[in-house]
Design a protein around this ligand. Structure first.
Ligand SMILES: *Cc1c(COP(=O)(O)O)cnc(C)c1O
Length: 396
């Protein structure tokens, strides 16, 4: 063959005997077939066969399979981000004329997607109080197709009674979906508590290193896999094998990372609940937290993400005090090795519940740094709060 042809045609080297622990990064759009008949019948290959890169590669399917085992799911689908998982799950299952109920505390982009896009497409969108199941029950209609939950709620950490919510949804002929990003499939298994589908922002703890965006949708019943798979294919949504490979690597250490972050977060929260500069510490693993009994019943552990609230008097000093931090980084997302803080407003993201506290909270994600140095940094922030409020009071 000429050099030009040799440049293009790739020889196949033997792969038997090469048995690494990790799965390779299989990049591919085109997948070739042994003959014309195999190509003609490619649609009959079923879920295990390969026909085109968009519909899966060995790398993406390995991660899907691992997640299915952890979630106890029939099938898992990867999508390019956690928010894509939420949006596509709803998009695939709800149609014009149907009704979607969302917990008032879901991840804000999910409420925006429902209010802007699903509403525009003829879906009726309504919110319920995640801590009041009578509210959920009273809002179920014959056309309710999906009840969307997140437990604990984004930022404000309300723990939901998921088995009871599933029962209410199913009695009304609706499906229950859960965004499980905070807990990860190691600490909560919504499909075993009655949920029909679960989404994860793998971007956070599962990948664990703040260097990749990826999401997953897992379903309990194989029947639910078809509409989701079809919607993903028709919308042309593929997950990159390179990204899947990074998440596969991160997933191997998820257990030890989570255990460490949870332990440090617990110790921080116990000290912070008693601290005079802090109004409330929102962390389901705290015994004093309102949702703690449900947390104890349903969760296998906590992650290292919690939220601090402040009195109205101290709230204006939170932003300037953040600039005293040296080790905690200021930034969105969480679940990586580096500890993060993010100031989060709440009120604008509530429709049927009242946020009574000051409209600035601080979401904290505990990473893997030295615990004593991290606490020293937290104390620097708390001391700055005190300093600024004392100065403001003196100036009055
Ligand atoms: C971050 C997050 C998402 C979105 O994940 P991305 O991969 O950043 O799109 C979805 N749900 C929850 C609860 C999150 O915290």
């Amino acid at each position: 063959m000429s050099d030009l042809t040799d440049c293009v045609v790739t020889p196949r080297v033997a792969t038997d005997g090469f048995d690494p622990l990790g799965v390779g990064v299989h990049r591919g759009s085109t997948i070739v077939f042994s003959d014309a008949a195999a190509y003609a019948s490619r649609g009959e290959r079923g879920d295990k066969g390969y026909s085109y890169g968009l519909y899966g590669t060995p790398t993406t399917r390995t991660l899907e399979e691992k997640l299915s085992r952890l979630e106890q799911a029939a099938r898992t689908f990867l999508v390019p981000s956690g928010q894509a998982a939420n949006a596509i799950a709803a998009m695939a299952l709800v149609e014009a004329g149907q009704h979607l109920l969302l917990a008032d505390t879901v991840y804000p982009p999910m409420r925006d997607f429902a209010l802007n896009d699903l509403s525009r497409l003829g879906v009726s969108v309504e919110f319920f109080d995640p801590t009041d199941l009578d509210d959920l029950k009273s809002k179920i209609r014959p056309e309710t197709r999906l009840v969307w939950c997140e437990s604990p709620g984004s930022t404000t950490m309300e723990v939901m009674d998921l088995p009871a919510a599933a029962e209410i949804a199913h009695e009304g002929g609706a499906l229950l979906g859960v965004d499980n990003t905070w807990a990860t499939p190691l600490n909560l298994k919504p499909l075993t508590l009655g949920a029909d589908l679960v989404t994860e922002a793998l971007t956070k703890y599962v990948s664990g290193h703040s260097d990749v965006l990826l999401g997953s949708i897992s379903v309990r019943d194989p029947e639910l896999a078809s509409p989701i798979k079809a919607a993903i294919g028709r919308m042309g949504i593929g997950a990159s094998p390179d990204d899947a490979s990074l998440v596969l690597r991160g997933l191997e250490t998820l257990g030890v990372r989570l255990r460490h972050s949870e332990a440090v977060a617990r110790r921080f929260c116990e000290r912070l609940t008693k601290h005079p500069m802090i109004d409330k510490t929102l962390f389901p693993a705290l015994q004093s937290f309102s949702g703690h009994a449900l947390f104890q019943r349903d969760f296998l552990g906590a992650s290292g993400v919690f939220t601090l609230t402040f009195t109205e008097e101290l709230a204006p000093h939170v932003w300037p005090a953040l600039d005293r931090l040296r080790l905690f980084a200021i930034g969105a997302s969480w679940g990586g090795t580096r500890s993060l803080v993010a100031p989060m407003p709440v009120r604008g993201n509530r429709s049927v519940t009242q946020w009574s506290g000051a409209d600035i909270t601080l979401r904290i994600s505990i990473g893997l740094e030295d615990e004593a140095e991290l606490w020293e940094d937290m104390e620097r922030f708390l001391a700055a709060l005190e300093e600024f409020s004392t100065a403001a009071n003196a100036a009055q």
